[in-house]
Ligand binder design. Structure first.
Ligand code: PLP
Length: 465
């Protein structure tokens, strides 16, 4: 027997301790501060121990209490970044996924896992109006965007001597410049198209940029439209962008990491998703799944295989049954992949699509409620239109813009220290904005009603008023 082996009794006892701790955490969640009161030095001092030579057995679990205490809780009043709230049924599935330790490379390696992932992809595609698309789960939209642009480059090729060029709005997420750089297209390979006054891509400017580049001998290959920008939640004009892409034979990738799943509740805000060649979306954002759970959907599995299929003898499928011969690694940059689909599958089956639609609808409503509260507060101003579930605003007083930037940054820091509400920030036309993003199934109307009073209280703290 290996020293690493556990008896079933030991496993059960450890699992009971972990689930007891998780249950206590979930019970306390509504009352926990939105950020733990802990410093970098304290976290380092707590966890900076040497690697133990001898096993501590069950005593090793004691420090899980510290892990919990020093974690930023998925509180109902957490509205930072674009981060889903961690649905607990999915968390239980994650435990089982790790115990099963399936490697979701190919049906040959993981019959149930591969079949469930294919089913979940079909569900996701159908839920956002893209029935018939293929795809796979991945770590998140950064990976999905990279794969999409690799497919675009393969599909649209390049003219010898002509520089391949990708178009995206100036509001595009940083994962797109990163993907362009990783694909070796160079900084000049990404053309940032200006956004309009609502922070959506300016389609006239897109046409002009393409014309200029073609005249200069460059080779446009792809347009990245964003369905829900990270700053303000703006949705680029998907249908007009699709028309431009078609006219110039460009690959259309839609980065719907944040916003695409809102199509489940409000399809009219996201018309045109189905015109994409590829679409990123993140169940760990607006489907409330624990990280990590991203997805890339695409119209043509053949295009994915053209970019990614490389089969070694060690991974060759035996037999000709199309289900049993299926390999995710021929359509993805990853070979070894965890069983991400299990959590999404269990969570969707447990709660049902209607419950997720209702939660997304509630998030959209929270954002419009907060926007109204901001408009009603004389000391606050909205900084951008509210298109999905993001509200950008700032405290204003009669001082210069640069001083307002500093003041609002100080208000944000103080707000987080106060521990009730967690917001993050955005830069809107170069100005510092407080930013609330609702992709949190735990948030209630009364949590939203606390935001403005807390921001005003933080502003009084900062100004010594
Ligand atoms: C629009 C957009 N694209 C891409 C990403 C990157 O997603 P991930 O963190 O899952 O890699 C984000 C993250 O917030 C995003 O908002």
């Amino acid at each position: 027997m290996s020293a690493l082996d556990l008896s079933p009794e030991e496993f059960q006892s450890l699992a009971a301790r972990v689930t007891e701790l998780a249950t206590r955490f979930l019970t306390a969640l509504p009352t926990l501060p939105s950020f733990p009161s802990v410093s970098g030095q304290e976290t380092r001092a707590c966890f900076g121990e040497p690697l133990p030579e001898s096993g501590m057995k069950e005593a090793a679990l004691e420090m899980l209490e510290d892990v919990v205490a020093m974690s930023r809780p998925p509180s109902p009043r957490f509205h930072g970044y674009v981060l889903g709230s961690g649905e607990p049924v999915a968390a239980l599935a994650d435990l089982l996924a790790s115990v099963l330790n399936q490697n979701i490379t190919a049906w040959r390696s993981a019959p149930a896992g591969v079949t469930i992932e294919r089913q979940v992809i079909e569900w996701l595609a159908g839920a956002v109006g893209c029935s018939g698309f293929g795809g796979s789960l991945c770590s998140g939209a950064s990976a999905a965007n990279l794969m999409a642009l690799a497919m675009a480059r393969e599909a649209k090729g390049s003219l010898p001597g002509a520089r391949a060029t990708v178009y995206a709005s100036s509001e595009v997420h940083m994962s797109i410049p990163k993907a362009v750089a990783l694909l070796g297209l160079g900084r000049e390979g990404l053309r940032l198209v200006p956004a309009d006054s609502c922070w959506r891509m300016d389609v006239h400017a897109l046409r002009a940029a393409i014309d200029t580049d073609v005249a200069a001998g460059r080779k446009p290959i792809a347009v990245v439209a964003t369905a829900g920008t990270v700053n303000t939640g703006a949705v680029d004009p998907l249908e007009p962008i699709a028309a431009v892409s078609r006219q110039h034979d460009l690959w259309l990738h839609i980065d719907g990491a944040y916003g695409a799943l809102a199509a489940m509740a409000s399809p009219e805000r996201l018309r045109g998703l189905a015109l994409a060649d590829s679409l990123s979306l993140d169940p760990h954002k607006w489907l409330y799944q624990p990280v990590d759970c991203g997805a890339l959907l695409y119209r043509s599995p053949a295009a994915a295989r053209a970019a990614f299929a490389q089969t070694g003898e060690y991974a060759r499928a035996f037999g000709s049954d199309p289900l049993e011969a299926f390999s995710f690694f021929e359509e993805s940059i990853e070979l070894s992949r965890r069983f991400r689909a299990l959590k999404l599958w269990l969570s969707l089956r447990y709660h049902g699509a209607a419950a997720f639609r209702a939660a997304i609808r509630a998030d959209l409503q929270h954002a419009s409620n907060l926007a109204r509260m901001v408009r009603d507060a004389a000391e606050l101003e909205l900084m951008a239109p509210v298109e999905l579930s993001t509200v950008c605003f700032r405290y204003r007083t009669n001082i210069a813009d640069t001083d307002l930037d500093r003041l609002n940054a100080a208000i944000l820091k103080r707000l987080i220290e106060r521990g009730r509400i967690y917001l993050s920030n955005a830069s809107i036309a170069g100005r510092f904005a407080l930013r609330a993003c609702f992709v949190n199934h735990r948030t209630t109307d009364s949590d939203v009603a606390e935001i403005v009073p807390e921001v005003l209280a933080a502003s009084r703290d900062v100004r010594g008023a």
